[in-house]
Design a binder for this molecule. Structure first.
Ligand SMILES: [Zn+2]
Length: 590
C-alpha cells in the first residue's frame, strides 16, 4: 500500500441513536490527515478497517476482505454487554477499543483538559441533607439500587435523578453544569456505577471530584488505579453494611477536620500514576486507531491483496505469537553461561541446570494471549473436576499453615481462593484482567499487574501460594527472591509447576515448537526438574518441607488414574517422580 494513501475507515453501526462520528474522539476531522471516514456500507469491500459499536451490533457483514481489520468499539461495561468478553464472538475482531486498559486502544471517561477543573476549590456545603444521588434508571448489575434504598433508611439523601427520586433541581436545568453545581453543595456524592467491572470507571467519580465534594464510590474493583490523589473518595465496599457506611458519613459530617482531610488532595500535586494514565487521552481515539491499523501484522503488506475473496477469519486461538525476544541471562540464577540443549528451542543453564525457551515471546505477547480469556472460559466448563484439584492444594497449604495472611500470586479465576474458607486473610494478584474478572465474580479483587511491579511490605505474609505460575513468568528467579522478601520469617511458600521429567520421558517439546504456539495455548517459558527447583530454593533461603505429585489431570480415564496413583506411590517410597506436575512446600529460614 502506498504510504501516501490515507486509510479508509468504515463506521459500520450507529452509536446508540447517533452515528459513531458523534462519539467523543471519533469525529472525522480529528484525523483527516490520516484517514477518510465513511458510513456508506457500499464501501465495505474497500475499507481498510470496519468499526462496530458493540452495544449496537446486529450482525456481521457477509464478507471480510483479506487484510481488512474489524474493530470492536464500546465504552459500556462488559457486565452489561457480555458479548464483549465472549471469546467466540470477539475472535471476529482484530482490534479492540474500550474502557479496558488492556484493550488495543484503551479509552477513558476522563480527558486531560479536565485536570484544571480537578483543582477547583470546593464550594460551601449549604444543604441540610449530607448526601446527593443522581441516577437515571433503577437497572444496575451490582447492588446499587438496594444500597441506595438502605442508605436512605439510615441518613438523609437527596436523589435528583429518575431513579429513587425525592428531589428536583431548583434552578433551570442546564445539563452537566447544573448537576456539578448541585453536587458541589453537598458533603457527599454517591458515585455508584451501574455495574462493577475492572477498569469501568465512568464520569461519575470524576464529576464528584471536579464538583469539590467527596465521592462515595461503588464500582470498579481497581478504582485505586484511577484516583488523582490520596484519600479523595470513600469506598462503599469498605463497609460491611449500608448502616455502617451511613454511620461513618454522618460522623464525618459532624467532624469538620476529618471531613476536610478528604479534600486536602486538591492542594497537592496530582498522583504521578494518574497523570501517566490520562496521557492516553492526549491523542484522540480515532488517531490512535489509525496508528494501530497501520502497525497491525495482518494489515501490513496487504497492498496486493485487493479483490473480493472472503477471508477465513483467524479465530483468536489460531493467532500466533509474533513478538519474540532472545534470553540474555539465565531466567533463574542470572548466569551468563548456558547452551542449546534440546530441539526445537530448549536451552540449559550451566550453573543452576534449569531449562528454558530461547527465543521466547515477550511479556506483552504473553499477557495479550491471556486477555483473550480463552483459558479461563475453558476452566469454567471444568468446574467439577477442577474443584477436586484445588481442594487437594488447599489441603497441602493448610497442613503447614492453617491461618494467617495469605497471598496467592497469579490467582487466575480465583477458584483456589474461594475454597480457602475464612481461615486466612486473603490477598491476591493477577496479571490479566480476563482472569481477574472471574475472580471478581467469586467475590475477590486481585491486584492487577505483574507481582514484580507491585509494592508489598517486606515480611508481611504468613503464606504465599504460586500455583502453576513459575513456568509462565520470564523472571522466575526474581519472583522467588521477591517472595522470600515479602514472606515473614518461618512463613510458608507453596507452589506447583509442571514436572519436566515427564516432558523428557514423553518427548513433549518437539511437538510444540514455541514459534508455532497459538494464543489461548499455555506458554511455558521455563522448565523445572525436581532437583533443580529444590536446589534453587535451598540456596536461596528456604527449607524444604514437602514435595509431591501435583494433580493436574482434568481428564481422568482409568489409565490416567492408575498411572497417577502409581507415580504418587513411587514418589513417596523412592522419591522418584515422573507424573505431569509437582508441588513443593518450603519455609523461609529464620
Ligand atoms: Zn541458571
Amino acid at each position: 500500500m502506498s504510504s501516501t494513501r490515507k486509510l479508509e475507515i468504515l463506521y459500520y453501526t450507529p452509536y446508540f441513536r447517533e452515528t459513531i462520528c458523534e462519539a467523543i474522539g471519533f469525529a472525522p476531522k480529528l484525523a483527516e490527515d490520516l484517514c477518510v471516514i465513511t458510513q456508506d456500507h457500499d464501501r465495505l469491500k474497500d475499507a481498510d478497517a470496519v468499526v462496530f459499536h458493540i452495544p449496537n451490533f446486529k450482525e456481521f457483514p457477509q464478507e471480510k476482505r483479506p487484510g481488512q481489520l474489524w474493530v470492536a468499539m464500546s465504552m459500556e461495561s462488559d457486565v452489561n454487554y457480555p458479548l464483549q468478553v465472549d471469546p467466540e464472538f470477539m475472535r471476529n475482531f482484530d482490534i479492540t477499543m474500550n474502557y479496558r486498559l488492556s484493550s488495543d486502544v484503551p479509552m477513558l471517561y476522563f480527558h486531560p483538559h479536565q485536570i484544571a477543573q480537578l483543582a477547583s476549590a470546593p464550594k460551601p456545603k449549604t444543604r441540610s441533607a449530607p448526601a446527593v444521588y443522581f441516577a437515571s434508571n433503577n437497572l444496575a448489575r451490582n447492588n446499587r439500587y438496594e444500597l441506595v434504598g438502605e442508605l436512605m433508611k439510615h441518613m438523609p439523601v437527596d436523589s435528583y435523578g429518575k431513579s429513587q427520586n425525592n428531589c428536583n433541581l431548583e434552578s433551570l436545568d442546564t445539563g452537566r453544569q447544573s448537576k456539578l453545581d448541585t453536587i458541589g453543595s453537598y458533603l457527599f456524592y454517591f458515585a455508584f456505577e451501574n455495574s462493577s467491572s475492572i477498569d469501568y470507571v465512568s464520569e461519575k467519580m470524576y464529576d464528584g471530584l471536579i464538583a469539590g465534594t467527596v465521592p462515595v464510590y461503588l464500582g470498579a474493583p481497581n478504582i485505586d488505579q484511577y484516583l488523582p490523589g490520596e484519600n479523595c473518595i470513600i469506598k462503599a465496599e469498605d463497609f460491611p453494611t449500608a448502616a455502617d457506611l451511613a454511620k461513618h458519613l454522618l460522623a464525618l459530617a459532624q467532624d469538620k477536620d476529618a471531613y476536610e482531610s478528604y479534600l486536602s488532595w486538591k492542594k497537592l500535586p496530582l498522583k504521578k500514576n494518574f497523570l501517566d494514565l490520562i496521557k492516553i487521552e492526549e491523542t484522540p481515539p480515532i488517531r490512535r486507531l489509525c496508528a494501530k491499523i497501520s502497525e497491525h501484522p495482518r494489515f501490513k503488506g496487504t497492498s496486493e491483496m485487493v479483490g473480493t475473496a472472503v477471508e477465513s477469519i483467524a479465530p483468536i486461538n489460531e493467532r500466533q505469537f509474533h513478538a519474540f525476544e532472545n534470553v540474555d541471562s539465565c531466567p533463574l540464577c542470572n548466569s551468563l553461561s548456558f547452551k542449546f540443549c534440546l530441539k526445537p528451542d530448549i536451552w540449559r543453564c550451566h550453573q543452576c541446570r534449569v531449562m528454558f525457551r530461547n527465543p521466547r515471546p515477550t511479556q506483552q505477547e504473553i499477557i495479550r494471549s491471556y486477555e483473550t480469556g480463552l483459558t479461563y472460559a475453558q476452566w469454567q466448563k471444568e468446574t467439577n473436576i477442577r474443584e477436586i484439584l484445588w481442594r487437594e492444594r488447599v489441603g497441602i497449604v493448610s497442613r503447614h499453615m492453617s491461618s494467617g495472611k495469605l497471598l496467592d500470586i497469579g490467582t487466575g479465576d480465583g477458584f483456589f481462593l474461594s475454597l480457602l474458607g475464612t481461615r486466612y486473610d486473603i490477598s491476591s494478584t493477577e496479571i490479566s484482567t480476563a482472569g481477574a474478572l472471574y475472580a471478581n465474580q467469586r467475590g475477590f479483587s486481585p491486584r492487577i499487574g505483574d507481582f514484580l511491579e507491585l509494592d508489598y511490605t517486606d515480611e508481611s505474609f504468613d503464606v504465599i501460594t504460586l500455583w502453576h505460575v513459575l513456568e509462565h513468568v520470564l523472571q522466575p528467579g526474581r519472583l522467588l527472591r521477591k517472595i522470600h522478601k515479602v514472606l515473614k520469617t518461618n512463613g510458608i511458600l507453596a507452589l506447583a509447576v509442571p514436572n519436566e521429567q515427564h516432558s523428557l520421558i514423553f518427548n513433549a517439546w518437539q511437538e510444540m515448537p514455541l514459534g508455532k504456539l497459538e494464543y489461548g495455548q499455555e506458554i511455558h517459558v521455563t522448565h523445572f526438574l525436581p532437583g533443580v527447583l529444590k536446589n534453587y530454593l535451598k540456596k536461596n533461603g528456604f527449607d524444604l518441607l514437602e514435595f509431591g505429585v501435583d494433580d493436574v489431570h482434568v481428564e481422568r480415564p482409568f489409565r490416567t488414574k492408575l498411572l497417577f496413583h502409581a507415580s504418587k506411590c513411587l514418589n513417596s517410597n523412592i522419591g522418584w517422580h515422573c507424573d505431569k506436575a509437582m508441588y513443593l512446600v518450603a519455609r523461609k529460614h529464620p
